[in-house]
Design a binder for this molecule. Structure first.
Ligand SMILES: *Cc1c(COP(=O)(O)O)cnc(C)c1O
Length: 459
């Protein structure tokens, strides 16, 4: 008999107790939070799957790095270690640290965005879209058609619709398209990977129009693992080599270290263009800090550099991707509508099929996320019409999101297999009682990124 179980490739040195709550307590907590899980205190959550962002457990070496960090204002050793780690990985020339990913986005789109511009992506992440729109530019999503069919099993559902991109570039040209982005893995499309072939072809297409190609690299290592295990001819190559090849096609990238940097805070912008780097550093000094620390402490840069080394460990990635797939397999076997195949950092429930009696304008994903909290103290995140739905500015008509999903994001190196078994049971329990779940309506909402602060009422 061969041993099949892929174990967590680490042991636990520091523990953080979880606080149990009762269903009655959770009902009160949720009502007090305006039925928005972002307003619930973390200590009132049992299993927190709100996001995989900034929630990683750091390694002993990263904690050691915090003590070892060089806090000099200018020219700190920790910056040079960080810069080398990012250069070795990306091959890009200018490495600009920021406090997190969106600060890099803000700087980039302040320079390259603006009214009349249009910026395509396989699918923009919410803060990326918001930063583009705040600059006055338009954010265009070009996912492949298969991305919109949750039950369809295909290898690279995160890819970009290349024919669609070509049409857009032909029509708008470099005057209106200042850059093209590719998000790996495709967070807003269920963490699905992008193939190396797609990255290469999109890069070539952009360059044929003289348009720079950027990668939103938050989950580059998870993407590289999928490329290694799924794309023909890639199995024999290391994740590091594959990641390096991926970045070799790019003129720049942004990254939130809170994902595959395995840190709790940090990000960067990296570019080859000297003039763009000069402008970016000028903004950085005003909004983030001096170029050798950006918005970070020396210790953060130290931990980030170490995290970038640890995240490409293939034993880690094998466990990481398997731990997501494990939950998807169990839910699928129980008949729960779940986005397939398993993505890199999260399990996505298909709320449209889960709650067919709740129409998009009653926010089925949001209603499901609330039900999961009440059932088992699990905090998840709606990725659907609360996050991406809109009301037409002229007619006021409701425009739903393309998909109504609930994301169970798995923090890196934090929860064990028995935590995941508990999650599977809770989702199964909610599924059994799904007919009783009602939709919600919005009571109050801010003008942008409403999912963070809006309040709701069950119908
Ligand atoms: C998290 C994320 C960002 C923004 O990064 P923050 O560190 O949260 O500011 C941008 N793009 C993608 C794909 C992300 O997942």
């Amino acid at each position: 008999m061969t041993i099949q179980t892929i174990i967590e490739p680490f042991r636990i040195k520091t523990v953080e107790p979880l606080r149990m709550t009762t269903r009655g307590e959770r009902e009160q907590i949720l009502a007090k939070a305006g039925h928005n899980l972002f307003n619930v205190r973390a200590e009132d959550v049992l299993i927190d799957l709100l996001t995989d962002s900034g929630t990683s457990a750091m390694s002993a070496r990263q904690w050691a790095g915090l003590i070892d960090g060089d806090e000099s204002y200018a020219g700190a050793r920790s910056f040079y270690r960080f810069e080398k780690a990012v250069k070795d990985l990306t091959g890009l020339k200018h490495i600009i640290p920021t406090h997190q990913g969106r600060a890099a986005e803000k700087i980039l789109f302040t320079i390259l965005g603006g009214p009349g511009k249009i910026i395509p992506n396989n699918t923009h992440f919410d803060t990326t879209r918001a930063n583009i729109e705040v600059s006055g530019a338009e954010a265009a999503d070009l996912p492949v058609k298969e991305a919109l069919i949750p039950s369809l099993v295909k290898d690279f559902k995160g890819n970009m619709d290349i024919a669609g991109l070509e049409r857009l570039l032909k029509q708008k040209g470099p005057e209106q398209v200042p850059l093209v982005m590719m998000t790996v893995t495709n967070n807003s499309c269920a963490g699905q990977p992008v193939s190396m072939g797609c990255i290469r072809r999109v890069s070539e297409l952009c360059h044929s129009y003289g348009i720079p190609f950027f990668i939103d690299a938050c989950r580059f290592a998870e993407n590289a693992w999928f490329v290694k295990t799924r794309e023909p001819g890639c199995r024999g190559r290391s994740v590091t080599q594959l990641a390096q090849e991926m970045f070799s096609y790019a003129d720049g990238c942004i990254m939130s270290g809170k994902k595959d940097g395995l840190v709790n805070i940090g990000g960067f912008l990296a570019v080859n263009d000297d003039e763009l780097a000069r402008k970016a550093r000028n903004i950085l000094i005003v909004t983030e800090g001096f170029p050798t620390y950006g918005g970070l402490a020396g210790r953060d840069l130290e931990a980030f550099a170490q995290g970038l080394e640890e995240v490409v460990d293939e034993d880690y990635l094998r466990y990481r991707i398997r731990s997501i797939e494990y939950v998807v397999e169990k839910l699928d076997a129980a008949g729960v509508p779940v986005f397939k195949p398993a993505g890199g950092h999260a399990i996505y429930l298909d709320a449209t099929s889960f709650l067919p009696h709740v129409p998009p304008h009653e926010f089925p994903g949001h209603a499901l996320a609330c039900a999961l909290y009440i059932e088992g103290g699990i905090r998840s995140c709606e990725i659907g019409s609360v996050m991406f739905g809109k009301n037409d500015p002229r007619t006021g008509a409701f425009q739903p999101a393309l998909l109504e999903l609930v994301r169970l994001a798995i923090p890196r190196r934090v929860y064990t297999q028995s935590h995941m078994d508990y999650v599977v049971e809770c989702v199964g329990e909610v599924f059994a009682k799904r007919d009783a779940i009602r939709g919600v309506r919005i009571i109050q909402e801010p003008p942008v990124l409403r999912h963070f602060t809006a309040t709701f009422q069950p119908l």
